[in-house]
Structure formats: C-alpha cells, structure tokens
Ligand binder design. Structure first.
Ligand code: UDX
Ligand code: UDX
Length: 429
C-alpha cells in the first residue's frame, strides 16, 4: 500500500521503515529538513541499531523516501500516519500543538484527492482523535469523516533500543476505528504480521496505550516499594520478585526495582493520564502516588549516599550511566538528570561516564566533568553511583575500584557481580 508518515521522529521513522520492509511504499515527512536529508542518505537521526540496517535496505529497494513536502506526500498516499511528538506542558497535561498543526495541514491537503485513511499513531489522551483531530480535518478539508475519508487510532508500543523488533513482532495490534471501513483498511495493512489484532473505537484505543504504560509504571513502582521495605529488612528484592514473578498471573517482567523509571513515555504518559482524570473531576490517587514514589526513587541513591558520607560539598562523586536505560543515548526523564541536579546543588564535584548519552547530558549539565571511560570516572572519587545498567559495568571487578579515595559504591540498577566486587550496596537490596 502507499503510505505517508508525518513526523519522522523515533516512532515515525520506525513505523515508516517497518512498513517499507513489509513491502509497502512509504514517504516519511518531516518539517526538519536536516532529518529529511539524513533519512534519505540512510543515516538514522536516532541511535537504534536494527533501524539503521533496515533503513539502508528499504532505501536501496526504493521502498522509502523522506520529504518536507507534506502536501505532495499525502497526494500520493492511501494511508496517512500521524506520528508527530506529543510533549508535556508545564502542568503535565499533553501539548497537542503539533497534532493540531498537522491535522490542519492534512485537512488542507485532503481536498479533491479521493478517499484516504488518516491514522493517529502519536500517543494522545482519550478523546483527542474524536474531539480535536477529526474536527480540524473536517474544517480544513470541507469534507466529512467516515464518508469522505477514514480515521483510525493505532497506538504504538515500541521500546527504545528494540523499536524494530517490537514493530515487526508486536504482542498485539490495536486498531481503533471511526467506522468499520476505516478499521478494515488498516487491518489489511497489518495482514502480514503474525500478531493478534484488537478492534476498538477511537477512544478505547487511545486509552489502551495509556493504561498499558501506566500499568507498567505501577508494576515497576510496586517492586520499588517492596524493595524499599526489603532494604530495611536486609532482603534482596530481586530474590523476592523472582518468587513473585513465577506466578503466571503476575509474570516476571517489569519487576526490576531500582532508581525509578524514566524515558520519553512512562513519566509523560502517567502525567498526562493524571491530568486527564482530573479534568474529568476524578482524583487518580494510585497514579499520583506512583508519580511521587518514582520522584523519590530517582534520588534515593543520593539520600543513601548522604547517610553514608554526610555532607556532599566538595566531595568527588563518580556517576556511571546517564541514559534512561542501556542501549540508548536518550536521557529524557532519566534518573541521572535528577541525580546530577541534586549532587551539583549540594556542591559535589561530579565526574560522569556513559558510553552513549554524554552529548545529550552535556547540554543540560555543561559543568559536569565527563570522562571517556569508567576508569577515569572512578579514579580519585569519594563514592561511585551506578545509575544505568550498561553491559560494560557488569564486567567491573574489585581492582577497577582500587583507585577510589574511599570505596563507597551504590548501585541503582542490579548490575555488579558480587563474586567479583565486594563492599557495594544496592538501593533496594
Ligand atoms: C512519539 C509519539 O509521536 C508520541 O506521541 C509518543 O508519546 C512518543 O513517541 P517521538 O517519535 O519520540 O514521539 O517524537 P519526536 O522524536 O519528537 O519526533 C517527532 C517528529 O515530528 C520530529 O522529527 C519533528 O520534526 C516532526 N514534526 C513535528 C513534524 O514533522 N511536523 C510538525 O508539525 C511537528
Ligand atoms: C516504554 C514502553 O515499554 C513501550 O511499550 C512504550 O511504547 C514506550 O515506553 P521505553 O521507554 O523505551 O518503552 O523503555 P522501557 O524498557 O519500557 O523502560 C522504561 C523505564 O523503566 C526505564 O527507565 C527502565 O530502566 C525502567 N524499568 C523498566 C525499571 O525500572 N524496571 C523494570 O523492570 C523495567
């Protein structure tokens, strides 16, 4: 099928490349000319290993190209995906300005071009497609949704670092449709995916995305809460969760306690769901407690550090890992951001190392001393905090910590091998 994907960010590019590798003809659209150029040259603007390989392949097969000309791309397509970003406003509510702009642009381009299907892929709070996107499409096209063009909401569940894998082998495909015809067209596009398809209305599809992310955030927070109690009892929460996760009803996934969840989705989506619930005059207390616990969890390592070494003023603290999780350079919502803020606020001298995320962190914390390797970060430090579970940290041994001024090591993610390193302490174990 002929597809246009508006917004070539993390989700848009994965979606475009994914559909192209399934044999469709894809045009990726972005207002950022530099991104368009990069994509056309086969350079992925984001660090996503498998995505780069697939991108080169589909470019070679001429199944994908990028442009900044939205009007032309829509004219040549049967299905138009909307995957522009949906950031948070100051108060945590969702900022729909990109969605609104693009809806107007698509509306303007829909005139006299036959029936097309518009699919919202961006994460939008329930009712957005029905109450914001469709009215704008109708107003700017002078056409009627359902009659002249179709509309679907098709949430993504892509994990960073695993975007291609998740796109090509999803646990489920959720298709929310304004009507049967719209849903049928999208279902045809997913025909050659080996995955369960769930058909719903628009707002149910929107809610499935939020409920999924909120549930995972709750699951992690639950482990963190139990972990905080375990810590006081001298119990390793990982042993506990191993026992808990064996229950099929619970499953072993997303039970890893530690320095809190980050990323571009969980924090933002929980915030947006809380705001939406409040707008509906409902107090989502469980979700609010999760937000609060996660905030505390992120800086829990600094609190523990202070309990161990007292005043941090002038102390040299080594931070290993800055990305919100391994195998990405992304620091959005990362625990490291809160940790670096708190450490610098308290007058500590911070030295940090991350194999990928240094550049992004430097933009927010230009005064931190970034090192090129673990060794230089650790050398001469009064304490070491491990914030991201990069594979290379797994290999650390006692001798690697020898050059510390005092051997205080706090793990925020369970990564060190106790048979190789002694005297370290975990945040929840
Ligand atoms: C996605 C989803 O869209 C978001 O709703 C979800 O919650 C997280 O994942 P992401 O791909 O990470 O967002 O966004 P981003 O990397 O910001 O990419 C959006 C792209 O859209 C950018 O390249 C931007 O230049 C482009 N854009 C934005 C347009 O082309 N037109 C616009 O009007 C606005
Ligand atoms: C998440 C969702 O998994 C994905 O479906 C959604 O569409 C986008 O958001 P992502 O943010 O890429 O994906 O990463 P994920 O692997 O889910 O981890 C998110 C955060 O939770 C990370 O900071 C990670 O360290 C943390 N986490 C995850 C835990 O603290 N414990 C766990 O057990 C799992």
């Amino acid at each position: 099928m002929k597809i246009a994907v508006i917004g070539t960010g993390y989700v848009g590019l994965s979606t475009g490349v994914g559909f192209a590798s399934k044999g469709n003809e894809v045009i990726c659209v972005d207002i950022d000319k530099k991104k368009v150029e990069q994509v056309n040259k086969g350079v992925s603007p984001i660090y996503e290993p498998l995505l780069s390989e697939h991108l080169k392949k589909v470019l070679k097969e001429k199944k994908l190209r990028a442009t900044d000309n939205l009007h032309e791309a829509i004219g040549k397509s049967e299905i138009v995906f909307v995957s522009v970003g949906t950031p948070s406003k100051e108060d945590g509510s969702i900022d729909l300005k990109y969605i609104e702009n693009v809806s107007k642009d698509i509306g303007r381009s829909l005139t006299n071009k036959g029936y097309k299907l518009i699919v919202v892929k961006s994460t939008v709070v329930p009712e957005t497609t029905g109450k914001v996107v469709i009215p704008l499409l109708e107003r700017y096209s002078g056409k009627k949704a359902g009659r002249d063009f179709g509309v679907c909401m098709n949430p993504e569940f892509l994990r960073e670092g695993k975007a291609m894998e998740d796109f090509l082998n999803p646990d489920r495909i959720v298709i929310g449709g304004i009507d049967k015809k719209s849903g049928n067209i999208l279902e045809r596009l997913y025909e050659n995916f080996d995955s369960k398809i769930l058909r719903t209305d628009l707002k149910t599809a929107e809610m499935i995305k939020y409920a999924s992310n909120a549930f995972l955030a709750i699951k992690i927070s639950f482990s963190n809460e139990i972990g905080n109690v375990c810590k006081r009892l001298g119990i390793d929460v990982y042993d506990v969760m191993k026992g808990v996760g064996l229950d099929k009803r619970i499953s072993p996934h997303f039970l890893r306690a530690g320095a809190g969840y980050g990323g571009s989705c969980f924090p933002k989506d929980v915030d947006a769901l809380v705001r939406k619930a409040k707008d509906l005059k409902y107090e989502p207390r469980l979700l609010e407690e999760v937000q609060d616990l996660n905030r505390r969890q992120k800086v829990g390592m600094v609190d523990l550090l202070e309990r161990k070494i007292g005043d941090l003023k002038g102390k040299e603290i080594c931070v290993l890992g800055l990305a919100f999780k391994p195998d990405t350079d992304d620091i959005r919502g990362a625990s490291s951001v809160e940790i670096l803020s708190k450490l610098t606020e308290k007058g500590a001298k911070v030295r940090a190392y991350d194999p990928k995320a240094e550049g992004n962190t430097r933009r927010i914390f230009p005064d931190v001393d970034y090192t090129e390797n673990v060794k230089d970060a650790i050398k001469g430090s009064d304490a070491c905090l491990i914030v991201t579970e990069w594979e290379e940290f797994r290999k650390l041994e006692d001798k690697d910590f020898k050059k510390m001024r005092s051997k205080i090591i706090i793990e925020g993610r369970k990564i060190l091998d106790p048979t190789k390193v002694t005297g370290f302490e975990g945040i929840c174990w």
